[in-house]
Write a protein that binds this ligand. Structure first.
Ligand code: NAD
Length: 437
C-alpha cells in the first residue's frame, strides 16, 4: 500500500517508520525542514526508544522517504493526518489550525478511492466537518478517524502491536469499502488478533478523549487520596496497593506523585471541557475541572514541601532536580510537571540545577533561565536538597550512600514515590515522599 503520513512529530514519525516496517511504501511529510532532514538521514528528531534503529532498518529497504511538500502525497492511497492539536493560547479549546491546513493542503492531491485517515486527537465533530471538505473536493475519497493510543517511551511497540484499533467512518458500517482498505494497512495487527472496532465518526473521536479523561481522573483520584494521607499521616502507596488488588479498580495509573503532564492529557481534558461547553453539555464534564485542579495543586505542593525541607526558606538554596521530561524514556517537555516545579523554585529564589538523560536540550529551549547539568554526579554536587521529579531508571537506582557523599545536605523529595524510604533514611537522608509519612 502507498501511504502518506502528514505531520512527523512524536506520533507521525513513529507511525511512518512503523508503516514502512510493515511493508508499505511510505512518504512522511512535515512543514519542519529540520525534522524532515533528520528523518531523511535516518536520525530521530526526538528521543523515542527504538525509533532510530527502526529508521535505519527501513531506510535500507527504500520504502520510507520524506518531504516538506504536500504534493508528495499524490499517488498514495491512504493519507494519515498526524499533525498537532495543541491548546489554543489563552483558551482551553484545541487549536485546529494545523489539522485544517493539512487537510486543505492535501485535498488537491486526492484521487478516487483514496482514504484520508485522521489520527490527531480532535474535538468531537471535527471529523464530520472534515469529511465534508474531502467530499466536496473528491467525492470518491473517504475520511475515517482512527485515534492513536500510543504511549511516548513505548511508541514503536505500541504502533506495531496496538491494544485496539478504532475506525470511525460516517454511518459506522463494517461493510464500508474504506474499512476493508484500512484493514489492509493494519493487516499484520489484525492477523495478530488486535481487536478492531468500527464506529461512527463522533464515537471514534470521543473514544480518545474519553480514554484520556479516564486516565487523568485515575491519577488525580490517587493524588487527592495522597492529600488526605498527608493530612492524617497515612501511606498512599500502601493504600494504592490495597485498592488496586480489586481488579475492578486495578493498580496501574494509581501512583501518587507530582501529577500528569505532557503534550496530551492536560490539553486533551481541557479541550474536552471546552467542546462540551460548546455542545451545551458542560455539566457532564465539570468533574474534569477538579481533575485538572488536583493535578495542578501537586506542583504547588512539591514547591511547599521543598521549602519545608529547606527549613522554611528557598532563598539561595541549591536545589537539584532529577528529571526534566514529562515522563521517563522521553525527551518531551511539553507541560512537564518537573520543569514547572523547577521554574517555580527558581522564581522563589532557589538556585536550581536540572539534569535529565535525554530532555535537557528541549528543557533549555523552554526554560533558558534554569541551570542544566548533563552528568548526574555534577548535578548532585553541593545540593541543599534533591528532588526526584521524573522517574528515570537511573534515578530509581541511585545509591543513597554515593549520593550522600556528593550533596551538601542529605535531603530528598521523592516526587514519584519510587524510592525505598527505609534505604534512604538508613543512609542518613531526610526522605519525603508525597502522601507518605
Ligand atoms: P508534535 O507537535 O510532535 O508533531 C506535530 C507535527 O506536525 C510537527 O512536526 C509539525 O511540524 C507538523 N505539522 C504541523 N502543521 C503541518 C502541516 N500543515 N503539514 C505537515 N506537517 C505539519 O505532536 P504529536 O505529539 O506528534 O501529536 C500529534 C497529534 O497526535 C496530536 O493531536 C496529539 O494529541 C495526538 N497524539 C499524540 C500522542 C503522543 O504521545 N505524542 C499520542 C496519541 C495522540
Amino acid at each position: 500500500m502507498r501511504i502518506s503520513v502528514i505531520g512527523c512529530g512524536y506520533l507521525g514519525a513513529v507511525h511512518a517508520a512503523c508503516m514502512a516496517k510493515l511493508g508499505h511504501d511510505v512518504v512522511g511529510i512535515d512543514v519542519d525542514e529540520t525534522k524532515i532532514k533528520d528523518l531523511a538521514g535516518a536520525k530521530a528528531p526526538f528521543y523515542e526508544p527504538g525509533l532510530e534503529e527502526l529508521l535505519a532498518e527501513v531506510q535500507t529497504t527504500g520504502r520510507l522517504t520524506f518531504s516538506t511538500e504536500l504534493s508528495a502525497a499524490e499517488g498514495s492511497h491512504v493519507h494519515f493526518i498526524c499533525v498537532g492539536t495543541p491548546q489554543k493560547k489563552g483558551e482551553n479549546a484545541a487549536d485546529l489550525s494545523y489539522v485544517n491546513a493539512a487537510l486543505h493542503g492535501l485535498v488537491p492531491y486526492l484521487s478516487p478511492g483514496d482514504l484520508v485517515v485522521g489520527k490527531s486527537t480532535v474535538p468531537v465533530g471535527t471529523a464530520t466537518r472534515l469529511a465534508e471538505v474531502v467530499e466536496e473536493s473528491e467525492p470518491a475519497a473517504h475520511l475515517l478517524w482512527n485515534p492513536e493510543f500510543l504511549r511516548e517511551g513505548h511508541a514503536v511497540a505500541d504502533t506495531l502491536s496496538p491494544d485496539r484499533l478504532v475506525y470511525g467512518i460516517e454511518g459506522g458500517s463494517e461493510e464500508h469499502p474504506a474499512v476493508q482498505k484500512l484493514d489492509e494497512v493494519y493487516a499484520a495487527s489484525i492477523q495478530a488478533g488486535t481487536p478492531r472496532l468500527v464506529t461512527d465518526l463522533p464515537t471514534a473521536e470521543l473514544v480518545k478523549t474519553a480514554a484520556n479523561s479516564f486516565l487523568a481522573t485515575k491519577i488525580s483520584f490517587i493524588n487527592a487520596m495522597a492529600e488526605l494521607c498527608d493530612a492524617v499521616g497515612a501511606d498512599v502507596t500502601l493504600l494504592a496497593d490495597a485498592i488496586g488488588m480489586d481488579n475492578r479498580i486495578g493498580r496501574r495509573f494509581l501512583n501518587a506523585g507530582i501529577g500528569f503532564g505532557g503534550g496530551c492529557l492536560p490539553k486533551d481534558i481541557r479541550a474536552f471541557m471546552a467542546r462540551a461547553g460548546e455542545l451545551g453539555a458542560d455539566q457532564a464534564l465539570t468533574f474534569l475541572r477538579e481533575v485538572d485542579a488536583i493535578n495542578m495543586r501537586r506542583r504547588s505542593r512539591v514547591v511547599e514541601l521543598t521549602r519545608e525541607l529547606c527549613d522554611g526558606s528557598l532563598l539561595g538554596k541549591r536545589i537539584t532536580v532529577l528529571g526534566a521530561a514529562f515522563k521517563p524514556e522521553s525527551d518531551d517537555v511539553r507541560d512537564s510537571p518537573a520543569l514547572s516545579v523547577a521554574a517555580q523554585l527558581q522564581l522563589q529564589g532557589a538556585v536550581v540545577t536540572v539534569t535529565d538523560p535525554e530532555a535537557l536540550a528541549n528543557a533549555a529551549r523552554r526554560f533558558p533561565e534554569l541551570h542544566y547539568e548533563h552528568v548526574t554526579e555534577s548535578a548532585l554536587t553541593r545540593a541543599n536538597a534533591v528532588l526526584l521529579l521524573t522517574e528515570w531508571q537511573e534515578y530509581r537506582d541511585l545509591d543513597p550512600y554515593e549520593a550522600a557523599a556528593l550533596v551538601s545536605t542529605c535531603k530528598i523529595l521523592d516526587g514519584r514515590n519510587v524510592l525505598d524510604p527505609s534505604k534512604w533514611r538508613a543512609a542518613g537522608w531526610t526522605y519525603r515522599g508525597l502522601g507518605r509519612p
